[in-house]
Write a protein that binds this ligand. Structure first.
Ligand SMILES: [Zn+2]
Length: 249
């Protein structure tokens, strides 16, 4: 017997892939899970569900779930569509990298809200990269691959800190970094230290205090890629379109 269950969910649309002739498989992030949902007929311009399947939309949808098949999208409404993300290649690619990493994060309400706030920030060009780096920091923390930012990762001294090494796993002092590669300004080192110490309740004030950049985002995405041994084509593309940025491993 096939029992049908319908469910209302609040979700962020991460991805929309064509499926068979007229359908799509829509990947969404909710406060509890990442779901892949089949949306029937949405490749047709006449489909009323077409707009709610757009990536970078925050939607409220009703789905129908049955065992052994994709949940089916029934209907829904768009709460927000952050369409400005799609107008800037760097921002769009940054959000693509984030979408590719989201499944590695802590899937709960506050993480979903953080990703939502990040999209909103990019959409209005207000500190999007800082929120994006906070999302990556949540993923890094959840995966247990935090950088050592309280002292030199090699000798443990707390003074003469001058660089961050992805391969070594954290801060390096000038004695442990004799060739002085990847040197950072004091302000950058303080910002990194704060990023990994700020509590979620203080994220808004962190974003008022600091403005992180594309280069910071690439650094932390590279950190995740290196320590989890991931190949991320979207990150490679992002790095290639911002080729002035050299990442120190
Ligand atoms: Zn050292």
């Amino acid at each position: 017997m096939n029992l049908m269950t319908t469910r209302d969910i609040d979700a962020l649309v991460l991805k929309n892939e064509e499926y068979r002739e007229k359908d799509a498989i829509v990947t969404v992030l909710t406060s509890q899970e990442i779901l892949r949902i089949r949306a029937r007929g949405v490749q047709s311009l006449q489909s009323k569900n077409r707009v709610i399947c757009q990536p970078y939309s925050w939607v409220h949808i009703t789905i129908d779930e049955k065992a052994n098949r994709f949940p089916l999208l029934l209907y829904g409404t768009t709460k927000r569509f952050y369409f400005h993300i799609l107008e800037d290649l760097e921002i769009q690619t940054t959000c693509q990298v984030l979408n590719d990493l989201v499944h590695l994060g802590p899937i709960h309400t506050s993480f979903m809200n953080l990703v939502n706030t990040c999209w909103q920030a990019f959409n209005t060009h207000t500190n999007g990269y800082t929120y994006a780096c906070l999302c990556l920091k949540e993923i890094i923390h959840y995966q247990g691959i935090d950088p050592c930012v309280d002292h030199c990762v090699k000798c443990e001294r707390t003074d003469h800190i001058e660089a961050l090494s992805i391969k070594q796993g954290g801060f390096l002092c000038s004695y442990c970094n004799p060739s002085h590669v990847g040197k950072k300004s004091k302000a950058d080192l303080i910002q990194i230290h704060s990023l990994f110490h700020v509590q979620p309740t203080a994220y808004a004030s962190f974003c008022e205090l600091y403005t992180l950049t594309l280069s910071d985002f690439i650094q932390w995405a590279s950190w995740i890629g290196y320590h989890l041994n991931l190949k991320l084509p979207s990150l490679r593309f992002l790095t290639s379109i911002s080729d002035e940025i050299g990442i120190y491993y």
